[in-house]
Design a protein around this ligand. Structure first.
Ligand code: FAD
Ligand code: DHB
Length: 390
């Protein structure tokens, strides 16, 4: 098989890039390790920046997002028994975010690919990129007993943090930057009315908590837990009891609890690999960088990579202009690091660190007090939360 752009990974990054390129007449093949059902069962991000939403519309898959997604003009930070609002719209001169689940967005992308007869190969086993340091790269994979080869001009690694793409680059050609946090997030999805129409990020001496949502009838809640905990340690009753203890009294009293329909623990990690390109292999999204989820940057950082790559590949194929491909890694990393900084800062502001000193705690309290005493500090938070320009 031959294509122009071979894409490893059928998550949001790979599907969005393939859809955008297809609409500009550029051929792609997406190789996804898992089944479509498996990919659609993963509950992950919920908050989209407008830059991401604009790309979804450009990819002609934004219709349901615009119909069913909820525009959020602000969110709350709860601390010391009260909640204070961050008015995103006012602080950013009109910008907002969209609450629309990654599951729904991925479903829309799959439907978009189907409508155009895009090639997405599921259950592709043992995918490997080859010869990407030459001008003739190719991919191989197995499907049952069949071994398949896909020749291409470029390979794009969109295969997430544990994928094969980054691991195929020689170790001495890249540098990894990493911070692992000593806690995780236990998340619960519940078919109940959300406790608040806007997100509440809560900091409490027992740990961080987040009240989020997917729709007026679907709540998504998280609590900070030690890395040693497992899902089996947390019955629904215990989860909601702990969540309520970390929230202001009026919020806790208003909470409607109900059985979980999904429950999982995600460890928190910051990670960046540099550069994001090696020869004709380009990395995008979680394959190249991970953030702790606190600032809702994960998926949104993937979107800017896709934006840069999309334009670079269109310039290459339509104008024979390779400037975008040459500058991809530098431009993508400049924005990625800003997302890293913001996610680290919001994580440090709102979580309880097991090894923190009394001094560290005072600094954390002062950071929060400063935030709500300075319009400039709040504006900086808001500007980062709605997404810096691509
Ligand atoms: P992924 O979504 O990881 O997609 C990669 C795809 O590649 C997957 O479908 C995978 O099956 C496939 N793949 C992997 N290896 C191979 C291989 N060898 N061959 C072929 N295919 C392969 N972000 C937020 O903003 N908010 C959140 O609440 C949030 N929660 C998260 C919870 C978890 C458990 C995780 C892991 C991430 C979370 N994120 C969150 C981050 C966000 O979901 C990611 O940033 C986003 O999914 C990145 O998209 P991606 O397409 O780059 O990678
Ligand atoms: C959600 C996750 C986040 O990490 C975040 O910052 C906001 C919302 C969510 O899953 O709804």
């Amino acid at each position: 098989m031959r294509t122009q752009v071979g894409i490893i990974g059928g998550g949001p990054s790979g599907l969005l890039l393939s859809q955008l390129l297809h609409l500009r007449g550029i051929d792609t093949v997406v190789l996804e390790k898992h089944s479509r059902d498996y990919v659609l069962r993963r509950i992950r991000a919920g908050v989209l920046e407008h830059g991401f939403a604009a790309l979804m519309r450009e990819a002609k898959v934004g219709e349901r997002m615009d119909r069913e997604g909820q525009i959020h003009e602000g969110f709350y930070i709860a601390h010391d028994g009260i909640k204070e609002r961050v008015n995103l719209k006012e602080l950013t001169g009109g910008n907002t975010v969209i609450v629309y689940g990654q599951t729904e967005l991925t479903r829309d992308l799959y439907e978009g690919r189907d409508r155009l007869d895009g090639i997405v190969i599921h259950n592709a086993e043992d995918v490997k990129p080859h010869d990407f340091d030459t001008s003739r790269p190719y991919l191989t994979y197995r499907q049952g007993v069949d071994a398949v080869r896909v020749d291409c001009d470029y390979i794009i690694g969109c295969d997430g943090f544990h994928g094969v793409s980054r691991q195929s680059i020689p170790k001495d050609k890249m540098r990894e930057y990493e911070r692992v946090y000593p806690f995780g997030w236990l998340g619960v999805l519940s078919r109940t009315r959300p406790v608040s129409p806007e997100l509440i990020y809560a900091t409490h001496e027992r740990g961080f908590a987040l009240c989020s949502l997917r729709s007026p009838t679907l709540s998504r809640y998280y609590i900070q837990v030690p890395l040693t905990d497992s899902v089996e340690d947390w019955s629904d009753a215990k989860f909601f009891e702990e969540l309520q203890r970390r929230l202001p009294e009026d919020v806790a009293a208003a909470m409607i609890t109900g059985p979980s329909i999904e429950k999982s623990i995600a460890p928190l990690r910051s990670f960046v690999v540099e550069p994001m390109r090696f020869g004709r292999l380009f990395l995008a999204g979680d394959a190249a960088h991970i953030v702790p989820p606190t600032g809702a940057r994960g998926l949104n950082s993937a979107a800017s990579d896709i934006y840069y790559l999309y334009h670079a590949l269109v310039d290459h194929y339509t104008k024979r202009d390779d400037a975008g491909l040459e500058s991809y890694s530098r431009r993508a990393l400049a924005r990625v690091w800003k997302g890293q900084r913001f996610s680290w800062w919001m994580t440090a502001l709102l979580h309880r660190f097991p090894d923190s000193s009394a001094y560290d705690r005072r600094l954390q309290e002062t950071d929060l007090a400063y935030l709500f005493s300075s319009q400039k500090a709040l504006a900086s938070l808001a500007e980062n939360y709605v997404g810096l320009p691509f």
